[in-house]
Write a protein that binds this ligand. Sequence first.
Ligand SMILES: Cc1cc2nc3c(=O)[nH]c(=O)nc-3n(C[C@H](O)[C@H](O)[C@H](O)COP(=O)(O)O)c2cc1C
Length: 387
Amino acid sequence: MAALAAVDDYRALARRRLARIAFDYLDGGAEDGGALARNRAAFAALRFEPRVLRDVREVDTGVELFGRRQAWPVLVGPTGLNGLYAPRAEEALARAARDAGVPFVLSTASNSLLEDVRAASDGDLWLQLYVSQDRRIAEDLMRRARAAQFSTLMLTVDTQVHGKRDHDIRNGFRIPMPLTPRLAADVLTHPRWCWRMLRQGGSPQFLNLARSAGLGPGLRAQAGLLGRSMDTGLHWADLDWLRRHWPGRLVVKGVLAADDARLAAEHGADGIVVSNHGGRQLESAPSALQALPAIQAAASGMTVMVDGGVRRGADIAKACALGAAAVLLGRAPLYGLAARGARGAAEVLGLLRNEFETTLRLIGEPQAARLHAGVLAAGSVQRLQAL
Ligand SMILES: Cc1cc2nc3c(=O)[nH]c(=O)nc-3n(C[C@H](O)[C@H](O)[C@H](O)COP(=O)(O)O)c2cc1C
Protein backbone atom coordinates (compact mmCIF):
# COMPACT_ATOMS: atom_id res chain seq x y z
CA MET A 1 0.00 0.00 0.00
CA ALA A 2 1.31 3.47 -0.89
CA ALA A 3 2.01 5.81 2.04
CA LEU A 4 -0.90 7.96 3.13
CA ALA A 5 -0.04 11.55 2.24
CA ALA A 6 -3.26 13.53 2.53
CA VAL A 7 -6.65 13.53 4.27
CA ASP A 8 -8.12 12.32 0.98
CA ASP A 9 -5.96 9.17 1.17
CA TYR A 10 -7.50 8.39 4.56
CA ARG A 11 -10.92 9.05 3.06
CA ALA A 12 -10.23 6.53 0.28
CA LEU A 13 -9.07 3.93 2.80
CA ALA A 14 -12.09 4.62 5.03
CA ARG A 15 -14.34 4.03 2.02
CA ARG A 16 -12.81 0.59 1.53
CA ARG A 17 -12.92 -0.35 5.21
CA LEU A 18 -16.43 0.76 6.14
CA ALA A 19 -19.70 -0.77 5.06
CA ARG A 20 -21.31 1.53 2.55
CA ILE A 21 -24.12 2.47 4.91
CA ALA A 22 -21.56 3.78 7.43
CA PHE A 23 -19.27 5.49 4.90
CA ASP A 24 -22.13 7.32 3.22
CA TYR A 25 -23.42 8.52 6.59
CA LEU A 26 -19.97 9.90 7.39
CA ASP A 27 -19.13 11.34 4.02
CA GLY A 28 -22.36 12.54 2.47
CA GLY A 29 -24.22 15.84 2.42
CA ALA A 30 -27.84 16.91 2.16
CA GLU A 31 -29.89 16.41 -1.02
CA ASP A 32 -27.87 17.25 -4.18
CA GLY A 33 -24.73 18.00 -2.17
CA GLY A 34 -24.59 21.72 -3.05
CA ALA A 35 -23.58 22.95 0.41
CA LEU A 36 -21.05 20.13 0.74
CA ALA A 37 -19.41 21.01 -2.58
CA ARG A 38 -19.43 24.75 -1.78
CA ASN A 39 -17.46 24.10 1.39
CA ARG A 40 -14.52 22.78 -0.65
CA ALA A 41 -14.97 25.25 -3.51
CA ALA A 42 -14.80 28.14 -1.03
CA PHE A 43 -11.31 27.17 0.11
CA ALA A 44 -10.22 26.61 -3.48
CA ALA A 45 -11.39 30.12 -4.44
CA LEU A 46 -8.95 31.72 -2.02
CA ARG A 47 -5.31 32.21 -3.08
CA PHE A 48 -2.38 33.51 -1.09
CA GLU A 49 -0.06 36.34 -1.99
CA PRO A 50 3.14 34.73 -0.71
CA ARG A 51 5.91 36.93 0.72
CA VAL A 52 9.54 35.83 0.49
CA LEU A 53 12.91 36.34 2.23
CA ARG A 54 11.27 36.71 5.63
CA ASP A 55 13.22 34.34 7.92
CA VAL A 56 10.92 31.42 8.50
CA ARG A 57 13.35 29.24 10.47
CA GLU A 58 11.04 29.32 13.48
CA VAL A 59 7.31 28.81 13.01
CA ASP A 60 4.85 29.43 15.82
CA THR A 61 1.51 27.75 15.10
CA GLY A 62 0.15 28.55 18.57
CA VAL A 63 -2.90 30.74 19.17
CA GLU A 64 -5.03 31.80 22.12
CA LEU A 65 -8.63 30.70 22.23
CA PHE A 66 -10.69 32.19 25.06
CA GLY A 67 -7.48 33.22 26.77
CA ARG A 68 -6.09 29.71 26.69
CA ARG A 69 -3.00 28.92 24.65
CA GLN A 70 -3.29 25.99 22.25
CA ALA A 71 -0.81 24.41 19.85
CA TRP A 72 -2.56 25.41 16.60
CA PRO A 73 -5.91 26.96 15.64
CA VAL A 74 -7.96 23.76 15.43
CA LEU A 75 -10.59 21.87 17.41
CA VAL A 76 -11.74 18.32 16.85
CA GLY A 77 -15.41 19.12 16.29
CA PRO A 78 -18.53 17.33 17.51
CA THR A 79 -19.73 14.35 15.49
CA GLY A 80 -22.38 11.87 16.58
CA LEU A 81 -22.43 8.11 16.18
CA ASN A 82 -18.67 7.70 15.91
CA GLY A 83 -19.02 4.13 17.15
CA LEU A 84 -19.82 3.28 13.52
CA TYR A 85 -16.12 3.71 12.67
CA ALA A 86 -14.26 2.27 15.63
CA PRO A 87 -14.98 1.03 19.14
CA ARG A 88 -14.46 3.62 21.88
CA ALA A 89 -14.17 6.20 19.12
CA GLU A 90 -14.78 9.28 21.26
CA GLU A 91 -12.11 8.28 23.76
CA ALA A 92 -9.68 7.84 20.84
CA LEU A 93 -10.59 11.23 19.33
CA ALA A 94 -10.27 12.98 22.70
CA ARG A 95 -6.81 11.49 23.22
CA ALA A 96 -5.72 12.37 19.69
CA ALA A 97 -6.91 15.96 20.23
CA ARG A 98 -5.12 16.22 23.56
CA ASP A 99 -1.89 14.85 22.09
CA ALA A 100 -2.20 17.35 19.22
CA GLY A 101 -2.63 20.18 21.75
CA VAL A 102 -6.21 21.13 20.79
CA PRO A 103 -9.69 20.87 22.38
CA PHE A 104 -12.12 18.04 21.68
CA VAL A 105 -15.85 18.72 21.39
CA LEU A 106 -18.01 15.75 22.43
CA SER A 107 -21.38 15.42 20.70
CA THR A 108 -24.65 14.91 22.59
CA ALA A 109 -25.12 12.00 20.16
CA SER A 110 -21.87 10.35 21.25
CA ASN A 111 -21.61 6.65 21.86
CA SER A 112 -19.37 7.04 24.90
CA LEU A 113 -20.26 8.51 28.26
CA LEU A 114 -18.79 11.93 28.81
CA GLU A 115 -17.33 10.63 32.09
CA ASP A 116 -15.46 7.92 30.16
CA VAL A 117 -14.13 10.50 27.70
CA ARG A 118 -12.89 12.58 30.63
CA ALA A 119 -11.22 9.49 32.12
CA ALA A 120 -9.47 8.93 28.78
CA SER A 121 -8.18 12.49 28.39
CA ASP A 122 -7.00 15.24 30.69
CA GLY A 123 -7.15 17.68 27.76
CA ASP A 124 -9.56 20.55 27.12
CA LEU A 125 -13.03 19.01 26.61
CA TRP A 126 -16.13 20.82 25.37
CA LEU A 127 -19.70 19.48 25.26
CA GLN A 128 -21.90 20.00 22.21
CA LEU A 129 -25.57 20.21 23.21
CA TYR A 130 -28.74 19.21 21.41
CA VAL A 131 -31.84 20.18 23.36
CA SER A 132 -34.82 17.83 23.38
CA GLN A 133 -38.33 18.77 24.45
CA ASP A 134 -37.75 17.40 27.89
CA ARG A 135 -35.35 20.10 29.06
CA ARG A 136 -34.33 18.06 32.09
CA ILE A 137 -32.18 15.89 29.82
CA ALA A 138 -30.09 18.86 28.67
CA GLU A 139 -29.94 20.13 32.25
CA ASP A 140 -28.58 16.78 33.41
CA LEU A 141 -26.03 16.68 30.56
CA MET A 142 -24.80 20.13 31.59
CA ARG A 143 -24.60 19.08 35.24
CA ARG A 144 -22.56 16.00 34.34
CA ALA A 145 -20.30 17.98 32.02
CA ARG A 146 -19.62 20.52 34.76
CA ALA A 147 -18.80 17.75 37.21
CA ALA A 148 -16.40 16.24 34.65
CA GLN A 149 -14.74 19.63 34.15
CA PHE A 150 -15.71 20.26 30.57
CA SER A 151 -14.74 23.87 29.91
CA THR A 152 -17.20 24.98 27.25
CA LEU A 153 -20.75 24.34 26.11
CA MET A 154 -21.45 24.44 22.38
CA LEU A 155 -25.14 24.75 21.54
CA THR A 156 -25.88 23.53 18.00
CA VAL A 157 -28.72 25.52 16.47
CA ASP A 158 -28.90 24.37 12.83
CA THR A 159 -30.46 20.97 13.48
CA GLN A 160 -34.08 21.88 14.14
CA VAL A 161 -34.82 18.75 12.09
CA HIS A 162 -32.48 16.36 10.33
CA GLY A 163 -31.38 17.52 6.91
CA LYS A 164 -32.58 15.30 4.08
CA ARG A 165 -29.76 12.96 3.15
CA ASP A 166 -30.78 11.00 0.10
CA HIS A 167 -27.95 8.47 0.40
CA ASP A 168 -29.11 7.51 3.90
CA ILE A 169 -32.64 7.02 2.61
CA ARG A 170 -31.39 4.86 -0.27
CA ASN A 171 -29.23 2.80 2.08
CA GLY A 172 -32.08 2.37 4.55
CA PHE A 173 -29.98 4.05 7.24
CA ARG A 174 -31.86 4.03 10.52
CA ILE A 175 -31.00 3.46 14.16
CA PRO A 176 -31.30 0.63 15.01
CA MET A 177 -30.26 -0.61 11.57
CA PRO A 178 -32.88 -2.91 10.09
CA LEU A 179 -31.33 -6.05 8.62
CA THR A 180 -32.53 -5.71 5.03
CA PRO A 181 -31.09 -7.84 2.20
CA ARG A 182 -29.20 -4.74 1.04
CA LEU A 183 -27.61 -4.23 4.46
CA ALA A 184 -26.80 -7.94 4.71
CA ALA A 185 -24.95 -7.78 1.36
CA ASP A 186 -23.15 -4.60 2.46
CA VAL A 187 -22.06 -6.15 5.75
CA LEU A 188 -20.95 -9.42 4.17
CA THR A 189 -18.65 -7.60 1.77
CA HIS A 190 -17.08 -5.72 4.71
CA PRO A 191 -16.36 -8.51 7.23
CA ARG A 192 -13.79 -6.47 9.18
CA TRP A 193 -16.27 -3.71 9.80
CA CYS A 194 -18.92 -6.26 10.69
CA TRP A 195 -16.56 -7.92 13.19
CA ARG A 196 -15.78 -4.54 14.77
CA MET A 197 -19.49 -3.82 15.21
CA LEU A 198 -20.17 -7.27 16.63
CA ARG A 199 -17.31 -6.94 19.11
CA GLN A 200 -18.90 -3.80 20.54
CA GLY A 201 -22.29 -5.51 20.74
CA GLY A 202 -23.92 -4.42 17.44
CA SER A 203 -25.14 -0.93 16.57
CA PRO A 204 -23.46 1.66 18.81
CA GLN A 205 -25.66 3.00 21.62
CA PHE A 206 -26.29 6.65 22.50
CA LEU A 207 -24.95 6.06 25.99
CA ASN A 208 -24.44 9.70 26.89
CA LEU A 209 -27.96 10.80 26.16
CA ALA A 210 -29.45 7.61 27.57
CA ARG A 211 -27.85 8.21 30.96
CA SER A 212 -29.24 11.74 31.21
CA ALA A 213 -32.66 10.56 30.02
CA GLY A 214 -32.68 7.69 32.51
CA LEU A 215 -32.89 5.13 29.70
CA GLY A 216 -31.25 1.74 29.78
CA PRO A 217 -29.84 -0.13 26.79
CA GLY A 218 -32.27 -0.25 23.87
CA LEU A 219 -31.52 1.63 20.73
CA ARG A 220 -35.07 2.17 19.61
CA ALA A 221 -35.94 4.32 22.60
CA GLN A 222 -32.58 6.13 22.51
CA ALA A 223 -32.84 6.99 18.82
CA GLY A 224 -36.43 8.15 19.27
CA LEU A 225 -35.22 10.55 21.91
CA LEU A 226 -32.67 12.07 19.55
CA GLY A 227 -34.86 12.27 16.48
CA ARG A 228 -38.48 12.91 17.32
CA SER A 229 -38.15 14.96 20.44
CA MET A 230 -35.67 17.66 19.34
CA ASP A 231 -37.02 20.93 20.73
CA THR A 232 -38.05 22.84 17.62
CA GLY A 233 -39.37 25.63 19.83
CA LEU A 234 -35.87 26.58 20.98
CA HIS A 235 -35.44 30.35 20.84
CA TRP A 236 -32.81 33.01 21.54
CA ALA A 237 -34.45 33.70 24.90
CA ASP A 238 -33.55 30.13 25.91
CA LEU A 239 -29.92 31.15 26.08
CA ASP A 240 -30.88 32.66 29.47
CA TRP A 241 -32.09 29.22 30.59
CA LEU A 242 -28.78 27.72 29.43
CA ARG A 243 -26.88 30.40 31.29
CA ARG A 244 -28.60 29.41 34.53
CA HIS A 245 -27.36 25.85 34.13
CA TRP A 246 -24.01 26.53 32.52
CA PRO A 247 -21.83 29.14 34.19
CA GLY A 248 -18.89 28.38 31.88
CA ARG A 249 -18.24 29.53 28.33
CA LEU A 250 -21.09 29.29 25.86
CA VAL A 251 -20.63 28.95 22.10
CA VAL A 252 -23.45 28.87 19.52
CA LYS A 253 -22.74 26.60 16.54
CA GLY A 254 -24.45 26.86 13.19
CA VAL A 255 -24.71 30.62 12.59
CA LEU A 256 -24.73 31.82 8.96
CA ALA A 257 -26.44 35.23 9.19
CA ALA A 258 -24.88 38.44 10.50
CA ASP A 259 -28.13 39.27 12.34
CA ASP A 260 -27.95 35.96 14.18
CA ALA A 261 -24.36 36.73 15.20
CA ARG A 262 -25.65 40.02 16.67
CA LEU A 263 -28.41 38.17 18.52
CA ALA A 264 -25.94 35.63 19.87
CA ALA A 265 -23.81 38.50 21.24
CA GLU A 266 -26.87 40.24 22.71
CA HIS A 267 -27.90 37.03 24.46
CA GLY A 268 -24.52 36.61 26.06
CA ALA A 269 -22.77 33.99 23.93
CA ASP A 270 -19.00 34.04 24.27
CA GLY A 271 -18.43 32.71 20.79
CA ILE A 272 -20.00 31.32 17.65
CA VAL A 273 -19.17 28.71 15.07
CA VAL A 274 -20.02 29.82 11.56
CA SER A 275 -21.09 26.54 10.00
CA ASN A 276 -23.43 24.83 7.55
CA HIS A 277 -23.00 21.58 9.49
CA GLY A 278 -20.62 20.15 6.93
CA GLY A 279 -23.24 20.55 4.18
CA ARG A 280 -25.48 17.99 5.89
CA GLN A 281 -28.45 20.19 6.77
CA LEU A 282 -29.76 22.99 4.50
CA GLU A 283 -28.64 22.14 0.98
CA SER A 284 -28.78 25.68 -0.35
CA ALA A 285 -26.82 27.15 2.55
CA PRO A 286 -23.69 29.18 1.80
CA SER A 287 -20.37 27.81 2.91
CA ALA A 288 -19.28 29.12 6.30
CA LEU A 289 -16.30 30.79 4.67
CA GLN A 290 -18.58 32.86 2.40
CA ALA A 291 -20.63 34.00 5.37
CA LEU A 292 -17.59 34.73 7.54
CA PRO A 293 -16.64 38.30 6.49
CA ALA A 294 -20.11 39.77 7.14
CA ILE A 295 -20.45 37.84 10.38
CA GLN A 296 -17.04 38.90 11.57
CA ALA A 297 -18.15 42.52 11.24
CA ALA A 298 -21.27 41.84 13.35
CA ALA A 299 -19.68 39.65 16.00
CA SER A 300 -18.86 42.47 18.45
CA GLY A 301 -16.14 40.94 20.57
CA MET A 302 -17.26 37.32 20.39
CA THR A 303 -14.78 34.63 19.39
CA VAL A 304 -15.63 33.49 15.86
CA MET A 305 -14.76 29.97 14.73
CA VAL A 306 -15.60 28.34 11.45
CA ASP A 307 -16.00 24.86 9.99
CA GLY A 308 -16.87 22.92 6.86
CA GLY A 309 -14.55 21.46 4.26
CA VAL A 310 -11.19 21.71 6.03
CA ARG A 311 -9.05 19.02 4.39
CA ARG A 312 -5.66 20.80 4.10
CA GLY A 313 -3.40 22.76 6.39
CA ALA A 314 -3.67 25.65 3.92
CA ASP A 315 -7.44 25.72 4.57
CA ILE A 316 -6.74 26.46 8.23
CA ALA A 317 -4.47 29.36 7.25
CA LYS A 318 -7.13 30.72 4.85
CA ALA A 319 -9.88 30.61 7.49
CA CYS A 320 -7.61 32.39 9.98
CA ALA A 321 -6.67 34.97 7.35
CA LEU A 322 -10.38 35.77 7.02
CA GLY A 323 -10.58 36.34 10.78
CA ALA A 324 -11.52 32.94 12.24
CA ALA A 325 -9.97 32.33 15.65
CA ALA A 326 -9.88 28.58 14.91
CA VAL A 327 -11.44 25.92 12.68
CA LEU A 328 -13.35 22.81 13.66
CA LEU A 329 -12.59 19.52 11.96
CA GLY A 330 -15.55 17.23 11.34
CA ARG A 331 -14.90 14.49 8.84
CA ALA A 332 -11.09 14.68 8.57
CA PRO A 333 -10.22 12.93 11.87
CA LEU A 334 -13.12 10.51 11.32
CA TYR A 335 -11.59 9.39 8.01
CA GLY A 336 -8.41 8.67 9.97
CA LEU A 337 -10.32 6.78 12.64
CA ALA A 338 -12.25 4.69 10.12
CA ALA A 339 -9.12 3.95 8.08
CA ARG A 340 -6.66 3.07 10.84
CA GLY A 341 -8.34 3.41 14.24
CA ALA A 342 -6.95 5.70 16.96
CA ARG A 343 -3.59 5.85 15.20
CA GLY A 344 -5.27 7.07 12.00
CA ALA A 345 -7.06 9.93 13.81
CA ALA A 346 -3.73 11.03 15.31
CA GLU A 347 -2.00 10.75 11.93
CA VAL A 348 -4.59 12.96 10.25
CA LEU A 349 -4.11 15.64 12.90
CA GLY A 350 -0.35 15.35 12.49
CA LEU A 351 -0.40 15.70 8.75
CA LEU A 352 -2.77 18.69 8.85
CA ARG A 353 -0.51 20.39 11.34
CA ASN A 354 2.54 19.75 9.14
CA GLU A 355 0.72 21.14 6.11
CA PHE A 356 -0.29 24.18 8.15
CA GLU A 357 3.35 24.80 9.15
CA THR A 358 4.52 24.37 5.57
CA THR A 359 1.91 26.89 4.43
CA LEU A 360 2.97 29.44 7.04
CA ARG A 361 6.59 29.16 5.84
CA LEU A 362 5.66 29.37 2.18
CA ILE A 363 3.50 32.47 2.60
CA GLY A 364 6.16 34.14 4.75
CA GLU A 365 4.02 34.52 7.89
CA PRO A 366 5.63 32.28 10.50
CA GLN A 367 3.25 33.26 13.32
CA ALA A 368 -0.22 31.79 13.11
CA ALA A 369 -1.57 34.41 15.51
CA ARG A 370 -0.60 37.13 13.02
CA LEU A 371 -2.48 35.77 10.00
CA HIS A 372 -4.59 38.49 8.40
CA ALA A 373 -6.44 39.21 5.17
CA GLY A 374 -3.26 40.71 3.67
CA VAL A 375 -1.83 37.21 3.12
CA LEU A 376 -4.58 36.54 0.57
CA ALA A 377 -4.23 37.51 -3.08
CA ALA A 378 -6.26 40.44 -4.38
CA GLY A 379 -9.66 39.33 -5.69
CA SER A 380 -9.81 36.23 -3.48
CA VAL A 381 -12.73 37.38 -1.36
CA GLN A 382 -14.65 38.53 -4.43
CA ARG A 383 -14.10 35.11 -6.03
CA LEU A 384 -15.36 33.52 -2.82
CA GLN A 385 -18.51 35.61 -2.77
CA ALA A 386 -19.20 34.87 -6.44
CA LEU A 387 -19.45 31.10 -5.87
C1 LIG B 1 -20.75 12.11 10.63
C2 LIG B 1 -21.01 13.48 11.17
C3 LIG B 1 -21.74 13.63 12.35
C4 LIG B 1 -21.96 14.91 12.87
N1 LIG B 1 -22.61 15.04 14.08
C5 LIG B 1 -22.73 16.26 14.64
C6 LIG B 1 -23.27 16.39 15.95
O1 LIG B 1 -23.64 15.42 16.60
N2 LIG B 1 -23.38 17.65 16.46
C7 LIG B 1 -22.97 18.77 15.77
O2 LIG B 1 -23.08 19.88 16.28
N3 LIG B 1 -22.43 18.66 14.54
C8 LIG B 1 -22.29 17.44 13.98
N4 LIG B 1 -21.70 17.32 12.74
C9 LIG B 1 -21.19 18.53 12.06
C10 LIG B 1 -19.73 18.81 12.45
O3 LIG B 1 -19.62 19.23 13.79
C11 LIG B 1 -19.12 19.91 11.58
O4 LIG B 1 -19.94 21.06 11.64
C12 LIG B 1 -18.91 19.51 10.12
O5 LIG B 1 -18.63 18.13 10.01
C13 LIG B 1 -17.76 20.32 9.51
O6 LIG B 1 -17.56 19.96 8.19
P1 LIG B 1 -16.40 18.94 7.71
O7 LIG B 1 -16.91 17.57 8.03
O8 LIG B 1 -16.31 19.19 6.26
O9 LIG B 1 -15.14 19.29 8.48
C14 LIG B 1 -21.48 16.06 12.19
C15 LIG B 1 -20.75 15.89 11.01
C16 LIG B 1 -20.50 14.62 10.51
C17 LIG B 1 -19.68 14.50 9.26
